[in-house]
Design a protein around this ligand. Structure first.
Ligand code: PMP
Length: 360
């Protein structure tokens, strides 16, 4: 039998996907990894033991609880909402994907205010929606009047805010969120992947009659990036629509256990958040004494721009010392910028020593 090559077929990717690039975050083997905003420590040892014990009792031949009822109840209790106001998925990225499959899609618009988390626009494009991009000022703050103008003109089905914003670290003040909510005609999504590190949360705005949802993740504060678990809190009628869109049994049994047990360690996690905030303030204050522009952060990372040398070179010099941070210097609107995640005290010390040598 002869095989023709190239194969004769008519398999072509969707026209609107052809020009899209995937989302990349390099995973390099280094001594100090401060590039992906993870928690610097693993979950508490007691969590590991409890998780292992429950895993040994899983009925592996059965599908998991499709509605993840126990997990949803635990999350609901944490935020003082009803379980039917909680939707969980495989990382908050999948929460966003489910949301956008349900509320964006072809013929609809999605508004973002750039620079912000790239996956908001990326996932919206994957659903076939049109992106309308609002611009932030040079200090990366939202120009609320311009935002409202854009929303009134474009009438997006979904509007995104990210607070604290990734990669800038800025917390969106409550009055901005209220103003955008009042102006937008569809759904307002407030991505609070870093919400625990900020001084306020839009969770208090959730009720049954307001078109707003807040998304959160177990990847940062809860030290569970490996588990891939995120959720949103929103009106129950919206959660019911998401339940239709999610694949059956999308949350495996192990993940449901991991998330439910993690929420029994809120005191430990609160203490860790406090340590990270203290370290964030220490790093910001130290960086501010160097020839760098440092942006105020309410997250577990800090954005800064070296003034004496190109950001890319500074990033490379750090990498040569086996310290990996995020190189945002080539991203649109972020020329020259770098982003460092708060690590352990020792990691932060080493980063600060290295950057001082490199930029001075
Ligand atoms: N939203 C923002 C703003 C993020 O920075 C991230 C992680 N980089 C996510 C969502 C996704 O987090 P996960 O899928 O790990 O829950």
């Amino acid at each position: 039998m002869s095989i023709s090559w190239p194969p004769v077929h008519s398999v072509t990717v969707r026209d609107d996907l052809r020009a899209l690039e995937g989302y990349h975050s390099p995973q390099v083997d280094v001594r100090i990894r401060l590039n992906t905003n993870e928690a610097p420590w693993p979950p508490p040892a007691a969590w590991r033991d409890a998780f292992a014990a429950e895993l040994s009792r899983v009925e592996w031949h059965r599908y998991p609880d499709r509605s993840a009822a126990a997990l949803r109840s635990s999350i609901a209790e944490l935020h003082q909402v009803r379980p039917d106001q909680v939707f969980a998925a495989n990382g908050s990225n999948e929460v966003l994907q489910t949301l956008l499959l349900a509320y964006a899609g072809p013929g609809r618009k999605v508004a973002t205010f750039e620079p912000t988390y790239q996956l908001h626009a990326h996932i919206a494009r994957l659903t076939g929606a049109t992106i309308v991009e609002g611009e932030r000022g040079p200090d990366f703050r939202l120009d609320v009047d311009a935002a409202i103008e854009l929303i009134r003109t474009e009438r997006p089905a979904v509007t995104f805010l990210c607070s604290p914003n990734n990669p800038t670290g800025l917390v969106e003040p409550p009055e901005n969120v209220h103003a955008v909510l009042a102006a937008q005609p569809g759904l307002l999504v407030v991505d609070e992947a870093y919400g625990q590190f900020a001084d306020w949360s839009a969770l208090s705005m959730i009720d049954e009659s307001t078109p707003i949802v807040v998304t959160r993740t177990f990847s940062k504060t809860w030290s569970m990036a490996a588990s891939r678990l995120g959720y949103l809190v929103g009106p129950s009628w919206l959660v019911a629509e998401l339940d239709k869109v999610a694949l059956p049994y999308h949350l495996d049994a192990a993940k449901q256990i991991a998330g439910r047990l993690a929420l029994q360690y809120t005191d430990e996690m609160d203490a860790r958040v406090e340590m990270i905030i203290n370290e964030r303030e220490r790093i910001s204050a130290t960086l501010a004494k160097l020839p760098l522009d440092v942006f105020p952060s309410g997250a577990n990372f800090i954005l800064f721009r070296p003034r004496t040398r190109p950001g890319r070179q500074v990033w490379q010099d750090l990498l040569d010392r086996s310290i990996l941070i995020r190189d945002c210097s080539g991203w649109p609107r972020l020329a020259g910028c770098l982003r460092v995640t708060v690590g352990t005290v020792d990691e932060n010390d080493e980063f600060l020593r290295a950057i001082a040598e490199i930029v001075q």
